[in-house]
Design a protein around this ligand. Structure first.
Ligand code: GLY
Length: 394
């Protein structure tokens, strides 16, 4: 791992965060809390115009990663993030002036066939093996817990710590919390080139001791040395994974929990009920396909009948920033003093507080936590292959 440049002894460490999605803002919050002087650069004119505002806001550590046999390290990071979320939400609510709609209800997973029951059992066993809370539900318990479910259910379980939050509201509150904490926002400033050395000079001339790249699907800046020679950060480009989502108007008798089937999820918020999502690897366009949206709606209505008559509010497509191995890149790049907080794929909202912690550990203290070791941003070769899996096998 490259060494870090010395911190200047002229006061607080100055850190530029590039990207105002939930990862960049969460990192900025933690860096500021640990005493850094922080500015957030955003090429757009508003917060989180990338994946965050299109996210369903699920904090689904167990559902997303327990079953993936080669993602043990990611499951551990996701679990840690899930445990940080209640305090993280409370902290943002206090500092950001209001509720994030952080729901403590947990998620219900249902199986509709024998094959899906087998998958559900595998999920339950994987959760138990990784000490992720899980509880099987009898038919009577399911009816009591989630009376909105009307479709055929062969088996069900609840993941009590897979909570959710309104991602769009969380982003706005985070932005407010940062402004109050004295973090500067540089909107409309595309960071295409950074001149590095002992300090990093941004295109607007401002200078920083450290840079955190949280650009999501946005392009990475080019780095050059003081005499214009290229500096290689060693990062691979994000892999786009398109997700289309439908928002239905809230209806009487709608669900209280996040509901997962094997192929869709239903997420109730106060302003709408989200139904997601497609997973289209390699696609970076944000067009919405009416046939795919109609399929999401009919699958949702098969499980929760009342959603069949719920008016459609809107539909959208978001682009998840993937990586070759689906795990994020968190840590120092090949340029000392430049850090990555990238490639959070399906789980940027969930992983935000844990990423912020790991980034701040490295940026402020030069410490790589054991949880971060598997997410070394330099683990891929130039073709994007990971020569060593980021995670131990089960
Ligand atoms: N986290 C759910 C999704 O990306 O669709």
């Amino acid at each position: 791992m490259p060494a870090q440049p010395n911190m200047r002894n002229t006061g607080s460490l100055r850190v530029a965060v590039v990207g105002a999605g939930i990862i960049g803002l969460s990192a900025a919050l933690e860096l500021r809390a640990r005493g850094a002087d922080v500015a957030v650069y955003e090429s757009g004119t508003e917060l989180g115009a990338g994946a965050t505002v299109r996210a369903a806001g699920m904090l689904g550590a167990a559902f997303e990663w327990a079953i993936e046999a080669d993602q043990r390290a990611l499951a551990a990071l996701a679990r840690h993030a899930g445990m940080l979320w209640p305090d993280f939400a409370a902290r943002i609510e206090r500092a950001g002036g209001g509720s994030l709609e952080f729901s403590k209800e947990g998620a219900i997973v249902v199986a509709r066939s024998d094959a899906e029951t087998e998958w559900l059992e595998t999920l339950a066993a994987a959760c138990q093996a990784r000490e992720l809370p899980v509880r099987r539900l009898s038919a009577a318990e399911l009816k009591r817990e989630e009376p909105a479910l009307t479709g055929v259910v062969k088996a069900a379980l609840v993941l009590p710590e897979d909570r959710h939050v309104d991602a769009q509201i969380a982003l706005q509150r985070l932005g407010a919390a940062l402004s109050r904490a004295g973090v500067g926002f540089r909107f409309g400033r595309r960071v295409e080139r950074i001149v590095g050395g002992q300090v990093f000079q941004m295109p607007d001339g401002e200078r920083f001791d450290r840079v955190v790249l949280a650009t999501g699907m946005g392009s990475l800046p080019v780095f050059v040395g003081p005499r214009g020679a290229p500096l290689e950060h060693g990062l691979v480009e994000a892999v786009p994974v398109k997700g289309q989502m439908l928002a239905l108007a809230p209806v009487n008798g709608g669900p209280r929990h996040v509901i997962h089937t094997r192929d869709i999820y239903i997420v109730p918020k106060s302003r709408w009920v989200l139904v997601g999502a497609t997973s289209e690897r390699g696609r970076a366009d944000t067009s919405v396909d009416p046939a795919k949206i109609a399929a999401l709606k009919s699958r949702a209505a098969e499980m929760v009948g009342v959603l069949g008559s719920a008016p459609e509010v809107t539909a959208w497509a978001g682009i998840r920033p993937g990586t070759p191995d689906d795990a994020p890149m968190i840590g120092q790049t090949a340029i000392p003093g430049v850090f990555a907080a990238l490639g959070h794929y399906r789980n940027g909202v969930l992983l935000a507080p844990a990423t912020a912690e790991l980034v701040a550990d490295q940026v402020i203290d030069g410490k790589v936590s054991p949880l971060a070791a598997a997410f070394d941003p330099l683990r891929f070769d130039k073709q994007g292959e990971a020569p060593h899996s980021p995670s131990q096998k089960d």
